[in-house]
Design a protein around this ligand. Structure first.
Ligand SMILES: [Zn+2]
Length: 349
């Protein structure tokens, strides 16, 4: 009897685990529950992520460099979680000096909340963003929230709520030692909704490319349901290395559907009427003057006042690299930044 009671308890617990693992009900497969059936903003938004970044169509500008604070601090003791969709590292709750960033057109400080990875089942794919149509085998996201909000949960659906850094990895014959602290945790969290403590030293600084001054910037969304259009994206131009065996380690994780975790990237979405800015330190503007480029794009109908506003505002904040902008913005009578979301419920503060 005791045995049957414990069997019953085991069944209930197994069922509970199964239900909880599948409770969010979404995945990356081409099947019900996959990206094509994600609802809400995922289906209806017009500023969605990821995108295919077309370098030749990006507007060249110099937004200045990002300033990183506490990026050298050790995240050892933080939490490493298999959330069923990715591997997620977040700082220990006791951490006082949370890393944060500012500058490069960001309004205010954005505090680090977590990092996670997107990778492929083979190394021809894996990144969420594409660069001129090309995928990288791995993409790292460093998720930050605007410190004017009390926590990431409050910030997640606000239009200026999140700032995410995207870092591409290219295949290398050598391991990237800076990834090892994360990869060492993999075997402890193979199953979804399991976590462990980061036992090796890890700094955010070690995961940034050497050149952080060259990057692509655009306004977009979370790449997982509910796809809130609250993300200021910064995707660095330069990639960092990862080895085949390191990617293989990631592919041993198990996802919510009990499959090997891989291809956990959302397919790219249309840019629609948005700009991508290519920011690079330049003494002299290269190529077409951004002002002229925006005017040309408005003339040929590929953008409108709302579409060009974020770029204009950012450039003005960087010291007004074109002093014609202020009169132009005033003439257009629009000081919205960034463009207003379509869903009124998203405008609550
Ligand atoms: Zn991500």
């Amino acid at each position: 009897m005791r045995n049957s009671a414990s069997k019953f308890l085991f069944s209930v617990l197994s069922l509970a685990l199964l239900v909880s693992v599948n409770c969010d009900g979404w995945h990356y497969l081409d099947a019900p529950g996959g990206p094509d059936s994600w609802g809400g903003f995922c289906a209806e938004g017009t500023q969605q992520s990821p995108i295919d970044i077309r370098s030749s169509e990006a507007v060249k500008a110099d937004l200045g460099g990002l300033s990183f604070a506490n990026y050298h601090l050790d995240l050892k003791g933080g939490k490493v979680l298999n959330n069923g969709h990715s591997i997620v590292v977040s700082p220990a709750e006791s951490v006082v000096d949370v890393p944060f960033m500012s500058g490069a057109g960001l309004k205010g400080k954005y505090s680090f909340a977590q990092l996670h990875l997107h990778w492929g089942s083979d190394s021809t794919k894996g990144s969420e963003h594409l660069m001129d149509g090309k995928a990288y085998p791995l993409e790292l996201h460093l998720v930050h929230y605007n410190s004017k909000y009390s926590d990431i949960g409050t910030a997640v659906d606000k239009e200026d709520g999140l700032a995410v850094l995207g870092i591409f990895f290219h295949l290398s014959s050598k391991d990237n030692p800076h990834l090892q602290p994360i990869l060492n945790s993999v075997s402890d969290i193979l199953l979804p909704l399991t976590d462990t403590t980061l036992s090796k030293s890890l700094t955010l600084k070690s995961l940034l490319p050497e050149d952080t001054k060259s990057f692509y910037r655009y306004f977009g969304s979370l790449t997982t349901p509910g796809c809130y259009e609250s993300v200021t994206w910064t995707v660095f131009e330069k990639s960092i290395p990862v080895s085949q065996s390191q990617l293989s380690k990631l592919r041993t994780l198990i996802d919510t559907l009990s499959n090997k975790m891989a291809d956990n990237f959302r397919p790219t979405l249309n840019l629609n009427r948005r700009f991508v800015i290519k920011s690079k330190p330049t003494k002299k503007q290269e190529g077409m003057n951004p002002m002229m480029m925006m005017m040309a794009m408005m003339m040929n109908g590929s953008t409108d006042v709302n579409g060009m506003m974020p770029l204009m505002m950012m450039m003005m904040e960087q010291g007004g690299s074109n002093n014609m902008m202020l009169p132009l913005i005033m003439m257009m009578g629009n000081n919205g930044f960034p463009p207003q979301p379509q869903n009124p419920s998203n405008q609550q503060q």
